[in-house]
Write a protein that binds this ligand. Structure first.
Ligand code: SAM
Ligand code: SF4
Length: 457
């Protein structure tokens, strides 16, 4: 039996795909790279923006044709966030999908295959957390610590697709971390929609109580940091619960990387309120100030939405000015994408596409300029790089620093941690030299400057 699994979207989906593949391997499936050779094709979807939804739809169309060609002798499954929504269920019917499983029901994959046509959209809390075997020969791994989201950002579909926050029991997390350490994984990324809501009781805001039997996120960082994995990272942090205790835990725990992804979304208080983000520009900047004070060498990245409904030129200018003030090392930037059933779609009018695109263009230009200046500061310094494998350019390997800078190194270094020196920086990369290997960074850097592209979906 041969299976092909396609993954769209975030790291949580990648982690879920790994869990799905482990379950399938357990009942005898092997994996193929081409759906034309598979008996079972699973599409693990993302519904956060329109683009990944369109991609899933195109793929489902191709799969329907392939299934017709084989006179039905093929099983197709639609999983992940899209499967949880009316939009996805309509799509499932249209493309004659056999299995539909929402993101809270992924561990039902084996019974679903055994039963043939099958649907499940319940959030099975006890099943949501799953300890997959450590990925084979991998230097880095993901580890889910919580699922779901209690916030109600008006643009976002996630609370509908992933349900309310549920924290994973701490012993399960530590057991999985120990398995990864025993498998010599060099880096673990703790995953959650809002990792810093870990262990907090129901509700939102800054005054949430700690659940009995759960450590705080800061305490959890210290615990995972002691397990023996050289690098511990975490995404994503919500600004409203990003307290000083967490910053102190990062500062005190050598294994925890000093890299913080802190999505701001907008620099305008008026728009933050319309987005229901629960913080102001001033609150956010205060968190950044504390971070800079306590962790001066930390790198900070963010998410920004350009062209949210009602965003004026003045509002957008405030986002640009906040960007300049924080001096982010990196950013994921999106144009606002209307999602069916979200409060913003129901109550607000979309900004014309041309306006959104033009603003995104200006934001990307600013990002390149600031990232270039930030990255220049690393030239001549020693950085630890986790090499993951060959780079696109022959004779080079690619990895990332503890601060999450994408790094290119000349030579044939084995996957794992290496100590290098930065010889050149561009907006999106650091070119490094390992001892005894001469770098060709400058030539590469010139080429890269012409082809910079950012992961905008
Ligand atoms: N929970 C994280 C937070 O609030 O900081 C973010 C998780 S969300 C899945 C990832 C990013 O997608 C968000 O930070 C936001 O920038 C973007 N996003 C979500 N909904 C969007 C929409 N409707 N249009 C454009 N971008 C969106
Ligand atoms: Fe979406 Fe907001 Fe929850 Fe993040 S905090 S997942 S943006 S609703």
């Amino acid at each position: 039996m041969r299976a092909h699994v396609v993954t769209f979207g975030c790291q949580m989906n990648e982690y879920d795909t790994h869990a799905i593949q482990s379950e399938l391997a357990g009942i005898g499936y092997s994996f193929v790279d081409d759906y034309r050779e598979a008996d079972l094709v699973l599409v693990n979807t993302c519904a956060v923006r329109g683009k990944p939804v369109e991609k899933a739809q195109t793929l489902l169309g191709e799969l329907r044709k392939e299934k017709q060609r084989r006179r039905g002798a093929m099983t197709v499954g639609l999983m992940g966030c899209l499967a949880q929504l009316p939009e996805g269920r309509r799509m499932g019917e249209k493309f004659a999908v056999d299995i539909m499983l929402g993101p809270g029901a992924i561990t039902e994959i084996v019974p679903a295959i055994e039963r043939g046509k099958f649907q499940s959209f319940d959030f099975k809390n006890e099943l949501q957390f799953y300890t997959p075997p450590p990925p084979r020969d991998a230097v880095s791994a993901h580890l889910t610590i919580m699922r779901g989201c209690n916030h109600r950002c008006t643009y976002c579909i996630v609370p509908q697709t992933r349900g309310p926050e549920v924290s994973r029991p701490v012993e399960d997390i530590l057991n999985e971390a120990r398995l990864l350490a025993a498998a010599s994984v060099a880096e673990v990324t703790l995953l959650g929609q809002n990792v810093n809501s870990y262990g907090l009781a129901d509700g939102i805001g800054t005054r949430r109580k700690q659940l009995a039997g759960y450590p705080s996120f800061a305490e959890l960082l210290r615990m995972v940091g002691r397990v023996g994995i050289p690098r511990v990272r975490f995404v994503t942090s919500h600004p409203v619960n990003f307290d000083d205790e967490i910053i102190e835990a990062i500062a005190d725990t050598p294994a925890v990387c000093r890299f913080i992804h802190l999505p701001v979304q907008s620099g305008s208080n008026r728009i933050l309120k319309r987005m229901a983000r629960e913080y102001t520009r001033e609150f956010y900047l205060d968190r950044v100030r504390r971070l800079r004070e306590m962790l001066p060498d930390a790198t900070i990245s963010t998410d920004i939405i350009a062209g949210f409904p009602g965003e004026t030129e003045e509002d957008f200018e405030e986002t640009l000015s906040l960007y300049r003030e924080v001096r982010y090392d990196a950013a994921y930037m999106f144009i606002y994408s209307e999602r069916e059933g979200t409060p913003a779609q129901v109550h607000f009018e979309d900004v014309p596409r041309a306006v959104k695109t033009e603003r995104l263009g200006r934001l990307v230009e600013l990002q390149k300029e600031v990232s270039f200046e930030q990255n220049q500061q690393w030239v001549g310094r020693e950085v630890e790089v986790l090499v993951k494998g060959a780079a696109d350019e022959a004779g080079f390997v690619q990895g990332h620093t503890r601060g999450n800078h994408v790094t290119i190194i000349k030579g044939n270094l084995a996957p794992g941690i290496h100590h290098t020196t930065v010889v050149q920086a561009t907006p999106n990369r650091l070119y490094c030299e390992a001892a005894g290997v001469e770098s060709q960074g400058p030539a590469l850097a010139r080429r890269e400057l012409r082809v910079i592209s950012l992961p905008i979906i």
